[in-house]
Design a protein around this ligand. Structure first.
Ligand code: NAD
Length: 480
């Protein structure tokens, strides 16, 4: 099947007629083609977006909200179809796509449909000088949204929904590895009554389509989620044009387990935070640190639970892990396994490819637990983004904090303890944009989301996203 670009409300082929293969990772075979759009496609899409902007930015909030709700309903009405497409494109278990990814895409639209109607701005009255200042929140114009492959529709809509709600027009590029659900979204938006040109979806590679988006002078802001290296490149490219940037980047998140935790809950959540979506979630807790007094017990119990996990074809209902997203990603992850000893670790469990009957060419890997003896090793410093976690003991709170903060990343951190003082202390001092205490991936859409250090710049989520997708303009009036 051939996926097309969605430009000015209609599907069309890439102007160059240049196509890329799209793989089904569960079978390791090509099942479709996508455009490799170039600067001419982006140019055309941007011209339509620019033309649509004056009308869209002056629609009432109620009208925008109504359309966003319709898009949410459109996604919900096609839940099964979208979940199947997501699972096939990405390799994630269908159960995950059905219960998490696609419902969340609908929630993104529903949330911002409401949030935009509550988005208030400030005013400041200065009595001595008889002035009043008030802030207008103006849509930016045409904005670029670039998203990764791990949570395809979930993250794509996490950007698009607030951008549209705030009155912008969009040039959006999903990952070339998982284009399918973004493609299907185009039609849902048309059916929901989104005016042509407000959302334009161009498919293709980072260094062709992505590059054209970054370099287009009429695209005034870029919201990017993806790898830290790509984020660096985007920051360098956009800085001379003074584009507004939101960068949601990689992570190497610590999971701190104290002896006083609620053990059973910690164990089952840690299993999930380690291997959900084959460990390919930026928020996965890939470095597990355990208080020494329970380290041996944890190691035994955790490994026994890990070895019960089912790696299977993603369409199989009981699959805990499906396939990794691509051959090149599988090989990258496997490299850490092959060199585990050189990279500072000892494999305790897993570490092998899985031969799934009937799908021998699929990209399946066992969930893998590696014990490390220090935090400086490559296994603990580099983002692997696959079904690999490291474990290591610690003795004191201060040491746990030092280990947790001891990477260049700072996206999220998880703490397991019943001690409120410790929880508060760590909540305050962990270098991360998000700290979870006694839970993981518990997301309230009103809360700010993003990382510190090499995990990103800026925040999205809730009103933060609406702030990003608008420019604040202060108006000062003097009266007599
Ligand atoms: P990636 O950086 O390779 O690609 C992300 C997107 O950027 C894709 O659409 C890609 O085509 C595009 N891109 C690549 N090079 C580009 C360039 N030169 N110019 C413009 N666009 C370009 O990341 P990925 O492999 O798709 O995703 C995995 C990464 O994403 C991991 O590092 C993960 O931690 C990160 N991630 C972060 C978050 C977060 O919220 N912080 C969420 C999910 C994933």
């Amino acid at each position: 099947m051939k996926i097309k670009n969605y430009i000015n409300g209609a599907y069309q082929k890439p102007l160059s007629n240049d196509w890329l293969d799209n793989y089904d990772p569960s079978v390791g075979e090509v099942y479709g083609q996508i455009p490799n759009s170039n600067s001419h496609d982006v140019e055309e899409a941007t011209a339509f977006a620019k033309a649509a902007f004056p009308a869209w930015s002056s629609t009432t909030l109620e009208e925008r909200s109504r359309i966003l709700l319709k898009i949410a309903e459109g996604i919900e009405a096609q839940l099964e179809k979208l979940a199947e497409a997501e699972s096939r494109d990405n390799g994630k278990p269908i159960s995950l796509a059905t219960t998490v990814d696609i419902p969340r895409a609908a929630s993104n639209f529903r949330f911002f449909a409401n949030a935009i109607t509550q988005f208030a701005s400030e005013s400041h009255e200065s009595t001595g000088t008889n002035t009043i200042n008030f802030t207008l929140r103006k849509p930016i114009g045409v904005v670029g949204c670039i998203s990764p492959w791990n949570l395809p529709l979930y993250l794509f809509t996490w950007k698009i929904a607030p951008a549209i709600a705030a009155g912008n027009c969009i040039i959006a590029k999903p990952s070339e590895v998982t284009p399918m659900t973004a493609y299907l979204l185009g039609e849902i938006c048309t059916n929901a009554g989104l005016p042509a040109g407000v959302l334009n979806i161009v498919h293709g590679l980072g260094n062709t389509t992505g590059k054209a988006i970054l370099e287009h002078p009429d695209i005034k802001a870029i919201s990017f989620t993806g790898g830290t290296k790509t984020g660096e490149h985007i920051a360098r490219t956009c800085a001379p044009m003074f584009k507004k940037l939101s960068l949601e980047l990689g992570g190497k998140n610590p999971n701190l387990i104290f002896a006083d935790c609620n053990y059973e809950e910690m164990l089952s959540t840690t299993l999930r935070s380690s291997f959900a979506n084959q460990g390919q979630i930026c928020l996965c807790g890939s470095r597990i640190f355990v208080e020494r007094s329970i380290y041996a017990k944890f190691k035994r119990d955790f490994i026994s639970r890990v070895e019960e996990l089912v790696v299977a074809h993603p369409a199989q209902e009981n699959a805990n892990l499906g396939a990794l997203v691509s051959k090149s990603h599988l090989e990258k992850v496997e490299d850490y396994i092959k060199h585990a000893e050189d990279y500072g670790g000892k494999i305790l469990s897993g570490g092998k490819r899985v031969n799934v009957d009937g799908y021998e060419k699929g990209y399946y890997l066992q969930p893998t637990v590696i014990e490390v003896s220090n935090n400086h090793c490559r296994l603990n410093q580099e983002e692997i983004f696959g079904p690999i976690v490291t474990i290591m003991p610690f003795d004191k709170d201060d040491e746990a904090l030092r280990l947790a903060n001891g990477t260049k990343y700072g996206l999220s951190a998880t703490v397991w303890t019943q001690n409120l003082d410790r929880a508060m202390r760590l909540g305050n001092t962990l270098e991360a944009g998000i700290v979870w205490i006694n839970t993981w991936m518990n997301r309230d859409l009103r809360t700010p989301f993003g990382g510190v250090k090499a995990s990103g710049v800026g925040r999205e989520g809730g009103f933060e996203a609406l702030r990003f997708f608008t420019e604040a303009k202060n108006v000062c009036i003097k009266y007599n």
